[in-house]
Design a protein around this ligand. Structure first.
Ligand code: HEC
Length: 129
């Protein structure tokens, strides 16, 4: 009987704890100084990307590797961001695309017309919807 209880207890514990352990393993720590996910090549990003603006600009952004690279190219062309050697650039882009990838659900669904206030700029002739 007691071994049966023990088995039940262990089973219960594993069911309760497994998701928590899984979450811990998946979510990297946040570096308190920069707010960046402290994993992989994050220090390269810290060393190269925090001089001109807050890391909030980075951590609130999402993108594929190509999109991140395009943002870097834009900063290099327009904002005086320096050139990286190809390996450093690849590692920075890799870190960004892996930790701040595109997310389908980042925007809320549109509010239905029926729940919106009347549009004061709508032409008078238009029926209010
Ligand atoms: C030499 C200065 C400089 C450095 C270094 C720099 N940036 Fe920027 N970045 C800018 C400027 C200027 C802006 C525009 C800020 C604004 O709109 O207020 C910007 C904007 C951004 C944005 C917002 C883009 C958008 O479309 O809204 C992101 C994301 C970003 N930077 C990421 C990075 C990353 C990643 C790095 C490191 C590879 C980096 N920045 C390094 C100057 C820099």
């Amino acid at each position: 009987m007691s071994s049966c209880r023990l088995a039940f207890l262990l089973l219960t514990l594993s069911v309760v704890l497994a998701p928590a352990v899984g979450t811990l393993a998946l979510e990297p720590e946040i570096d308190p100084a920069t707010g960046l996910k402290a994993t992989g090549d994050w220090e390269l990003v810290r060393n190269n990307c925090i001089v001109c603006h807050s890391t909030r600009l980075i951590t609130q952004q999402r993108g594929t590797a190509a999109q991140w690279l395009a943002m870097i190219r834009w900063m290099q062309e327009k904002q005086n961001l320096w050139q990286f050697d190809p390996e450093t650039e690849q590692r920075i882009v890799g870190y960004l695309a892996e930790n701040y990838p595109p997310q389908a659900d980042r925007r809320r669904a549109a509010i239905p017309r029926s729940l919106m206030p009347p549009n004061p700029f709508a032409a008078k002739e238009q029926p209010s919807q």
